[in-house]
Design a protein around this ligand. Structure first.
Ligand code: SF4
Length: 389
């Protein structure tokens, strides 16, 4: 393996500012990460559906994120790539993402790295060292195999075929690879295309294919709608898209609007079939009951439980579960007082298991598996860069 940049002997300890990840029901629903760190602010890939895309010249002035934090193994799984892609063009000279990886290696911090960037192959040396210790999963974001759709929606991001080539290189180096299909846009691709997408990604990964449905943001909604309407001849069904996401939406502060389960199923189910046939686990971030298996082993030894994991645990118990029994299990994951308080509040309000097959039992404050699935709330909380507590 050629190493273009030697792994730093200085063993860096500082990484860009770190933020708590699980801060709401939306993030607890699907994300196992404890904290996230973004190397840059802004993203030169400027995808038209980006949750973090601001108005105006977003993406034209990508900057190095200010501030830094001491890398600390107690921070748990670190997610890189939440609000900006870690392999921006300026990463070639700034080496900010590489610095995070080197700090993680030095401090033995497990990392989930999400990218559309092909520059990730530059860092195979440090990623391989992390992989030898079970400390990394590299997740490639790919929403379509079709170059024409990618060129319409992800104008400045590397082509899907190039991302798949990079994923093959990373996997060939013995580094765990997964995929993230976000956003899933009902109507964009046919059921057969979704099946093939799921199959191809699962075959390449053999591990996990994560997915999240489109979160509509007020700031770009009209522009995005115009892009979809302009691509009517290329996409599978503009009608399906319009039914799932009407042009007029009620936007909430800090949240993006998702479609409902019934509007997503005709897209998600063939996709899930393809993933299952390809031999990977389908992880549905909005609709936990569609998930086909647990996240275990590798970096997931340090994960926080998601709502899927919590519901799975409740379902495995005989009879109803009260907060005392649940919190004894939950505390084993060392979530911290603040997060436990949040989960307790959601437990008391009956919101924790919405979207799963766990529901309230006869005794107040108790839950039991096998109940009817309640549709999830139709929002995605946009990760906030609040100070870490
Ligand atoms: S690569 Fe990710 S962060 Fe960057 S513009 Fe696209 S969706 Fe947004």
């Amino acid at each position: 393996m050629s190493t273009l940049i030697p792994i730093s002997n200085r063993r860096p300890r500082q990484i860009p500012r770190v933020f708590d990840f699980q801060t709401s029901i939306e993030t607890i629903r699907a994300h196992h990460w404890r904290v996230f760190s973004d190397a840059y602010s802004g993203c030169a890939f400027t995808c038209s559906y980006c949750l973090y895309k601001g108005p105006g010249d977003y993406g034209r002035h990508v900057k190095v994120s200010p501030g830094s934090a001491e890398a600390d193994p107690s921070m748990g799984i670190l997610d890189i790539g939440t609000t900006t892609d870690p392999y921006q063009p300026i990463e070639a000279t700034e080496l900010r993402t590489r610095g995070i990886l080197e700090a993680a290696l030095a401090q033995q911090i497990p990392v989930f790295l999400l990218t559309r960037g092909t520059m990730v192959t530059r860092d195979l040396d440090v990623l391989t060292e992390l992989a030898k210790r079970g400390l990394i999963e590299v997740c490639f974001s790919v929403i379509t195999l079709r170059e024409d759709l990618a060129r319409t929606l992800e104008v400045r991001a590397p082509a899907p075929a190039d991302r798949l080539k990079a994923a093959e290189q990373v996997a060939a180096a013995g580094i765990p690879v997964s995929f993230h299909v976000a956003p899933v846009i009902p109507g964009l691709q046919s059921p057969a295309e979704m099946d093939r997408l799921g199959y191809e990604l699962a075959s390449l990964s053999g591990r996990h294919v994560f997915n999240a449905v489109l979160g509509a943001q007020k700031a770009w909604w009209n522009t995005f709608y115009g892009v979809m309407e302009g691509a009517a001849d290329a996409i599978d069904s503009l009608e399906l898209f319009r039914a799932a996401y009407p042009r007029e939406l009620d936007f909430e502060r800090d949240a993006a609007v998702n479609c409902g389960l019934s509007d997503a199923l005709s897209t998600l189910l063939p996709f899930r079939d393809g993933v299952t046939r390809g031999g990977a686990t389908f992880v549905a971030e909005n609709f936990p009951h569609l998930t086909t298996g647990p996240l275990e082993g590798g970096i997931y030894r340090w994960k926080l439980p998601t709502v899927y994991d919590m519901a799975r645990w409740v379902s495995a118990q005989t009879g109803p579960v009260d907060w005392g029994a649940f919190s004894a299990w939950y505390a084993g994951h060392t979530p911290g007082d603040r997060l436990t308080g949040l989960v307790r509040g959601l437990w008391d309000q009956g919101e924790l298991f919405v979207g799963t097959a766990v529901g309230p039992a006869a005794e107040p404050g108790t839950y039991i598996g096998g109940a009817e699935i309640v549709e999830t709330a139709r929002t995605t909380l946009v990760a906030r860069r609040g100070a870490r507590k």
